[in-house]
Each structure stands twice: as structure tokens, then as C-alpha cells.
Design a protein around this ligand. Structure first.
Ligand SMILES: [Zn+2]
Length: 276
């Protein structure tokens, strides 16, 4: 851990503080720039020294200084998760351009995961500009993310210095396949079960994932997200007495799957396809 890594971790904490604002305000259709931070219970302004990521929550013992009402533990959790996500990107791509592209990707995923968990929506104002950003930034993404591992059997991600820039086609194909496959699943489910199973928000979210990660990791994200959702769903049915109709926020699982595939997908594909 160099000083640069620590600074980037702190930068992640500060960004996480902004993501908290997005997570609270976007589903309520409020502006994310003004007014400044205020307590959702009493409306009093939060002073800068009470708005330091992680530390303020600890010093205030999780309560508003003005009215004493509890502050959701989501705030420090999102800050810490964002800091760790940024740090993981810095470790993986050593401050080369993919560090910053994938930090942005994970920031978008964090907003979607928490908004979907609380409100069961995946806002277009996040997914659509997110998909566009994934396509536009693809020349700065690690080529290894798009590489054809199934035919080359390459097992380790190429360092950025050795990999040529990716062209936009990889990202566009990823967006079309990532969103398209989920759209077809949803359509088939509706025809068979005669009720809506997937929202268009999930489809747009997977377009964003495909734009950033390419089509292979997008497919693996859908697989991992579905598997995790099924396991938890089964657990709720067996141990918590929920019915099978109980609605889980699929976007939350897709987001967790996408973050896992960003770091683990290529090593897994390499292991899976390696000759034995
Ligand atoms: Zn308050």
C-alpha cells in the first residue's frame, strides 16, 4: 500500500459520500447538487465537519446532531464500500486508465444496487448515461476484459501497457448482448408464466454492464446474479416462510454479480477453459 493507494481510498470515501446523496435523491426525483446535505428527519443543514465520510458517523454515534434521530447505517456502509472498490481498482490496474474507468463503473453499480434494494427501481438517469459512458470510455478500458478467452485460453489479464486500446465495437456488442439476452429471458418468462418477471430497468442495467465489461462477462454476470438470487430466494422460502412469489430486487444481485465478474470473471474463465 503506497501513499497513492491511501489517497485513492480516501478519494473513494468522498465519492461514496456523494453516491449516498444520489441514492437518496435520484429515486425521489430531487436535484443531486442543491440544496446541500440536510437531515432527512428534521431538515437541518449538515455542517461540513459533520459530513466527513465514516468519521462523522462514528463521532455522532449514528445520530443527527440537531434532532438526534438515527442516521441510516447505509451512509457509512456505502462510503466504505466505495473506498474499498476504488482501492481494489487501483490494486488491479495500478493507476493506468482502466483503474479510473472501472472505479466509475463500480460507482454506478453501487448506486443501482442500493436504489434497487430500497425502491425496486433502476433509474434510467443512471443506466442510460452509464451505458453511453461505457461505450465512450471503452478505448481506455483494459483490453483483457474484452479478450476472447474461450478461444485463446489466456489465463492472466494483460497489463494495460501491453494491451492495445479497445475499439468501440466491443462495448457496443457487449451492450446489445448484455441487455438483449435479459430482454429475451424476460419476454419468454412473460409468455410462459403470463406475468412480468423482469423489468426494463434490469435490461438497461445489463446493457451498461455489457458496455463496460464486454459480452462474455455480461453473460457471466447474469448467470452469477441469477444463481445468487435463486439461492437466497430458496433460503427465504425454506427458512423464513416467504412464498415463491416474494419479490427480490434482481438489480441488487446483478450488481453484486457484475462487481464479482470484473475481478474474478477472467481468472475463472481462464481456469475453466484451461486444458487439463
Ligand atoms: Zn435531524
Amino acid at each position: 500500500m503506497s501513499i497513492l493507494h491511501w489517497l485513492y481510498f480516501l478519494f473513494g470515501l468522498v465519492c461514496g459520500s456523494f453516491l449516498n446523496v444520489c441514492i437518496y435523491r435520484i429515486p425521489r426525483r430531487e436535484s443531486i447538487v442543491s440544496p446541500g446535505s440536510h437531515c432527512p428527519a428534521c431538515g437541518s443543514r449538515i455542517r461540513p465537519w459533520d459530513n466527513i465520510p465514516l468519521l462523522s458517523y462514528i463521532f455522532l454515534r449514528g445520530r443527527c446532531r440537531a434532532c438526534g434521530s438515527p442516521i441510516s447505517p447505509r451512509y457509512p456502509a456505502v462510503e466504505l464500500i466505495t473506498g474499498l472498490a476504488f482501492l481494489a481498482c487501483a490494486k488491479q490496474w495500478a493507476f493506468t486508465p482502466p483503474t479510473f474507468v472501472n472505479s466509475l463503473f463500480l460507482a454506478l453499480i453501487i448506486v443501482l444496487v442500493f436504489v434497487d434494494f430500497e425502491h425496486q427501481i433502476l433509474p434510467d438517469v443512471v443506466t442510460l448515461p452509464g451505458a453511453m459512458a461505457g461505450i465512450l470510455l471503452s478505448p481506455f478500458q483494459a483490453e483483457a476484459v474484452y479478450r476472447d478467452f474461450l478461444t485463446t485460453g489466456v489465463t492472466a489479464a494483460l497489463p494495460w501497457e501491453l494491451s492495445p486500446p479497445v475499439h468501440w465495437t466491443g462495448a457496443i456488442v457487449g451492450a446489445l448482448i448484455g441487455g438483449g439476452i435479459l430482454f429475451i429471458f424476460g419476454w419468454a418468462y412473460e409468455r410462459i408464466r403470463r406475468r412480468a418477471g423482469l423489468g426494463m430497468g434490469d435490461v438497461k442495467m445489463m446493457s451498461m454492464v455489457g458496455a463496460f465489461l464486454g459480452w462474455r462477462l455480461a453473460l457471466m454476470t447474469i448467470f452469477a446474479g441469477s444463481l445468487a438470487g435463486s439461492v437466497l430466494g430458496l433460503f427465504l422460502v425454506l427458512f423464513k416462510g416467504k412464498t415463491l412469489q416474494h419479490k427480490l430486487a434482481f438489480g441488487t444481485f446483478l450488481g453484486a454479480g457484475a462487481a464479482a465478474m470484473l475481478f474474478l470473471g477472467l481468472p475463472f474463465l481462464g481456469w475453466y477453459t484451461a486444458p487439463r
